[in-house]
Design a protein around this ligand. Structure first.
Ligand SMILES: *[C@@H]1O[C@H](CO)[C@@H](O)[C@H](O)[C@H]1NC(C)=O
Ligand SMILES: *[C@@H]1O[C@H](CO)[C@@H](O)[C@H](O)[C@H]1NC(C)=O
Ligand SMILES: *[C@@H]1O[C@H](CO)[C@@H](O)[C@H](O)[C@H]1NC(C)=O
Ligand SMILES: *[C@@H]1O[C@H](CO)[C@@H](O)[C@H](O)[C@H]1NC(C)=O
Length: 489
């Protein structure tokens, strides 16, 4: 059964996908109910839903089973509830008055950090205390006097739709002006907009005048990697900013090479011997020269060399490769690591070969601002079209997303240095989730200046006043397309 609720340019259809199962195992479902069907006997929807659940319960009726099956009541984002039900209970529920449709609870994808995805960390692995996550993180990094409410939607066991919906529901009830969302339902091939709880809940928010900013996701750069593309929300991609975090390698003969790094350690290497170790393939050989700065040239795989240098605990290493800009996964190194290209690398190798006592100095933690060109669309930023709704051009805007400095939970480590965890109140992260709160902040300023503007009017104001040129006054370029001008996707 499929109940069409609304048809726009895109089909917004609630579909019900159920797995046939005869076991008594329970799953969590989000159940949409027709609120006008509530019998007069009930004073509110919550008590009606509880009564409905107990009427279909497999187990003997008791307050305990009622409350343990019921998870959340939703009144503002969607109308209905979530509950843990067996297959037969679900079948019985479908015959209950007011039932419209149901979807099985799904895990969501958090866009909070790009690096976490690179490193393969899972929000449920316990590696990060849950304190870091709020589904609504607006850093005051645009509207410093705005009031910020954070709703905890992600718990130790992962990010689930039923929890996120509860957070959005509460936020709408609390009368927020703007919602900033940096997560999504994992998109599959035949994915309908009506099946996307963020799209449905943000539609309800929009109807109530709440502006919704949502991240385009970090699965770029291919087409159709964009998420959160419903036409009624503002979908935000991530770009670089005019700031570089660099280190400098100085050879004994005075030549200098700068390189990208976010290595957070304090050490600078001063006048250390340099030694060329070819591909750095042999950990035992590296251990023999661990007090020097080893120089490795990528001829096989880059990451193996880095692993070898780290396990040999070398004081520092120079990695020569043809990567023009090594990813943050590499530059957030746990030991002093220098990344340079083939041409500069050849100069370093020549210097080592020519010099009787080759030495190098490496300094970290240099911040350079005003770099050009900026912004650029970054590789990872999700690209349109939005698979569920191809006729609407998305993303809508680009905002700073790469290596954004933001406040951070002091109990969660920001980096590893020599296998010691490093803690800070701030962290540098990349992702469309870092871009989204920037736009939410600007939207807050507009809302304050024009309280009567609808979410669509605010979205229009943001889009029609956005720059399309970078700081060299040429069209904004795409880092994933050899710096050709970015397309509307
Ligand atoms: C670096 O130095 C600062 C100030 O001396 C100190 O607070 C910090 O813990 C040091 N960091 C590391 C990684 O050693
Ligand atoms: C890679 O470097 C090693 C020495 O470290 C060398 O023996 C090998 O031939 C090189 N491989 C290629 C493909 O150049
Ligand atoms: C780097 O070199 C490898 C091996 O020659 C090649 O496969 C790869 O495409 C090159 N990458 C870039 C970015 O030039
Ligand atoms: C240092 O040595 C390298 C390798 O011979 C050379 O390319 C470079 O120009 C030298 N730098 C200076 C400042 O002489």
């Amino acid at each position: 059964m499929a109940t069409p609720i609304l048809k726009l340019g895109c089909s917004l259809i609630f579909t019900i996908s159920l797995l046939a199962s005869s076991s008594a195992q329970s799953d969590t479902y989000i159940i949409h109910m027709d609120r006008s069907a509530m019998p007069k006997a009930f004073s509110d929807h919550h008590s009606w839903f509880l009564a409905t659940i107990s009427s279909i319960s497999d187990t003997a009726e008791s307050t305990f089973t009622k409350t343990s099956k019921h998870i959340y009541t939703y009144t503002s984002s969607v109308h209905g509830f979530s509950a843990s039900l067996t297959q037969s209970e679900l079948e019985a529920l479908k015959k209950s008055p007011g039932y419209i449709s149901s979807t099985r609870d799904r895990q969501m994808k958090v866009h909070t950090t790009h690096t976490s995805e690179f490193l393969g960390l899972s929000p449920s692995s316990g590696a990060w205390p849950t304190a870091n996550y709020g589904e609504d993180i607006i850093i005051g990094g645009m509207a410093p006097r705005a009031r910020i409410a954070m709703y905890k939607a992600i718990w130790r066991y992962g990010a689930y739709e039923s929890d996120v919906l509860a957070a959005i529901d509460q936020a709408i009830q609390d009368g927020v002006d703007i919602l900033s969302l940096s997560l999504t339902v994992a998109v599959e091939d035949d994915f309908f907009l009506g099946d996307d709880s963020i799209a449905v809940a943000s539609f309800a928010a929009m109807e109530k005048g709440v502006f919704v900013a949502a991240s385009a996701g970090n699965d770029g750069p291919n087409y159709f990697t964009l998420v959160n593309g419903a036409p009624w929300m503002l979908t935000i991609g991530a770009g670089t900013i005019d700031r570089k975090l660099e280190g400098v390698l100085t050879l004994g003969n005075g030549s200098q090479f700068s390189f990208p790094t976010v290595y957070p350690g304090n050490y600078s290497l001063s006048h250390k011997p340099l030694v060329f170790m070819d591909g750095c393939g042999n950990v035992n050989e590296l251990k023999k020269v661990r007090n020097k700065i080893v120089v490795c040239k990528d001829n096989l795989t880059f990451s193996n060399q880095i692993e070898n240098a780290a396990s040999a605990r070398v004081s520092g290493a120079v990695f020569i490769s043809n990567y023009s800009s090594p990813s943050e996964f590499y530059t957030r190194s746990s030991f002093p690591a220098v990344y340079i290209g083939l041409q500069d690398g050849q100069r370093v190798i020549d210097y080592i070969k020519e010099s009787k006592d080759p030495r190098g100095t490496v300094e970290f933690r240099k911040t350079i601002t005003g770099t050009k060109p900026a912004p650029r669309v970054d590789d990872y930023s999700g690209r349109g079209p939005f698979a569920s709704c191809r006729n609407v051009l998305k993303p809508d805007l680009l905002a700073p997303g790469t290596l954004v400095l933001a406040s951070w939970s002091p109990v969660s480590s920001v980096a590893e240095v020599r296998s010691h965890s490093l803690f800070s109140k701030f962290n540098l992260l990349s992702g469309t989730s870092m871009a989204t709160p920037h736009v939410a902040g600007v939207a807050a300023l507009i809302k304050k200046a024009h309280p009567d503007w609808s979410p669509a009017a605010i979205r229009s104001a943001l889009m029609t006043t956005a720059y399309s040129l970078d700081n060299t006054l040429s069209p904004i370029k795409d880092a994933a397309a050899n710096d050709l001008p970015a397309t509307p996707y």
